[in-house]
Design a binder for this molecule. Structure first.
Ligand SMILES: Nc1ncnc2c1ncn2[C@@H]1O[C@H](COP(=O)(O)OP(=O)(O)OP(=O)(O)O)[C@@H](O)[C@H]1O
Length: 318
C-alpha cells in the first residue's frame, strides 16, 4: 500500500533521511519507532509529500506521488488522512465545523456534508458533540475529532504523527483501541510514528526502527521476534547484560501455559536455573523471553527439543 524507495532528505548540511526503504502492506498497522531527531517526522511528511524528498520515490496505493503534478497530488492526498500530536484543530470552528472542513475543500454539498459529519462523529464516539468548541474537549476527545476529520475523504491510508504523545496513558490506550478498530472495520492501512515502544507493542503488526535517518531494522513483529539478535526483541525484553557464557536465551510465542520448559527438564534430566525473563502481550499474541543456565549430560539434546517445539534458542558465545 505504501512503498518508499531510496528516500533521501537533506536540509542544508543536515541529512534527515539517508536512503530509506519502506514497505507497508495493505491493511496493516505499521509503526516507525525512534528517538527524537531520528528522522521519523521527515519520513512521514515525505510519504504524503508535504516534504518533497531530495531523492527517491513514494508510491501510495499504486500511484507514484513523486511523479504527480500539484493538482493530481492534491487529489491523491485526499486518499491519505493525517493526524497530529497536538491535534491541529481550528479553534474558531465547532467540532462539526472542523470535521466538515476537508469536505468543504472537496466541494461536497451541504446536506451530504452534514450527513457525513454525523456519521464520522458517531464512528469516533463523539455523537452529539458537534456543536462544541475544541476548547470544551479533553485531549482524547480532541484527537477523536482529528481522527474523524482525517477520515472525511474516505482515505485508504492514515498517517499518524505521534498522535498519542500528548495524552495520558489511559487516554493513549483508548485512542490506540480506536485506531485498531478503524483498521479492522474499515481495512484502513495505518502508518504511525512514535518514540514509545508501548504504542508499538499495543497495536502494530510491523515496525521499522529508525536512527540517524536510516532504518536499522524492519519487519513484522512476529518475524522480528523470531529473528536471532533482533534489536526489537532486546528492547521489548531487556535482560541483564552481559549474558554469562553458555547461558541460553529462549524466546517463545503462543500459549505461555504450554509446559515446554518443565517437560525438557524431566525428559533430559537437566538442571535449569532462571537468570531473567518476562512475558509480554503483543498485538500478535503473547511472547516470552527467558534466560536460563542449563546443566546436565544431555543439554544439547534438550536444546534441540526446545528448537523442535518452536522456541528460538540462542546460546551465548556460540
Ligand atoms: N525543516 C527543517 N529544517 C532543517 N532541519 C530539519 C527540518 N526538519 C527536520 N530537520 C532535521 O532533520 C533531522 C530529523 O528530524 P525529524 O523531525 O524528522 O526527527 P524525528 O525523529 O521526527 O524527531 P522528533 O520526534 O523530535 O520530531 C533532525 O536533525 C532535524 O533537526
Amino acid at each position: 500500500m505504501i512503498q518508499a524507495s531510496g528516500l533521501r532528505k537533506q536540509y542544508g548540511d543536515t541529512v534527515a533521511l539517508d536512503g530509506v526503504d519502506l514497505h507497508v502492506r495493505e491493511g496493516e498497522i505499521f509503526g516507525v519507532l525512534g528517538r527524537s531527531g531520528a528522522g521519523k517526522s521527515t519520513l512521514l511528511r515525505c510519504v504524503n509529500l508535504l516534504e518533497r524528498p531530495t531523492a527517491g520515490t513514494v508510491t501510495v496505493a499504486g500511484q507514484d506521488l513523486t511523479a504527480l503534478r500539484s493538482a493530481e497530488l492534491n487529489r491523491a492526498r485526499q486518499r491519505i488522512g493525517m493526524i497530529h500530536q497536538h491535534f491541529a484543530l481550528l479553534s474558531s470552528r465547532t467540532v462539526a465545523g472542523n470535521v466538515a472542513f476537508p469536505l468543504e475543500v472537496m466541494g461536497v454539498p451541504r446536506r451530504e456534508r452534514e450527513r457525513r459529519v454525523a456519521e464520522l462523529l458517531d464512528l469516533v464516539g463523539l455523537q452529539g458533540r458537534g456543536k462544541d468548541r475544541p476548547n470544551q474537549l479533553s485531549g482524547g476527545q480532541k484527537q477523536r475529532v482529528g481522527i474523524a476529520r482525517a477520515l472525511a475523504g474516505n482515505p485508504s491510508v492514515l498517517l499518524s504523527d505521534e498522535a498519542t504523545s500528548a495524552l495520558d496513558p489511559a487516554t493513549t490506550q483508548s485512542i490506540l483501541a480506536l485506531l485498531k478498530r478503524l483498521n479492522a472495520e474499515l481495512g484502513l492501512t495505518i502508518l504511525l510514528i512514535t518514540h514509545e515502544m508501548n504504542v508499538v507493542k499495543s497495536v502494530c503488526d510491523s515496525v521499522a526502527i529508525m536512527a540517524g535517518g536510516r532504518i536499522e531494522e524492519s519487519g513484522s513483529i512476529t518475524g522480528l521476534i523470531r529473528t536471532p539478535g533482533s534489536r526489537l526483541t532486546r528492547e521489548i525484553f531487556p535482560l541483564p547484560a552481559p549474558a554469562p557464557p553458555g547461558s541460553v536465551t529462549l524466546t517463545f510465542t503462543g500459549d505461555p501455559r504450554q509446559p515446554v520448559v518443565s517437560e525438557v527438564v524431566r525428559k533430559f534430566d537437566v538442571d535449569l536455573s532462571i537468570l531473567g525473563g518476562s512475558i509480554e502481550d503483543l498485538a500478535g499474541g503473547s511472547v516470552g523471553r527467558l534466560r536460563v543456565a542449563l546443566e546436565g549430560d544431555d543439554t544439547a539434546a534438550a536444546l534441540d527439543h526446545l528448537r523442535g517445539a518452536g522456541l528460538l534458542v540462542e546460546v551465548e558465545g556460540s
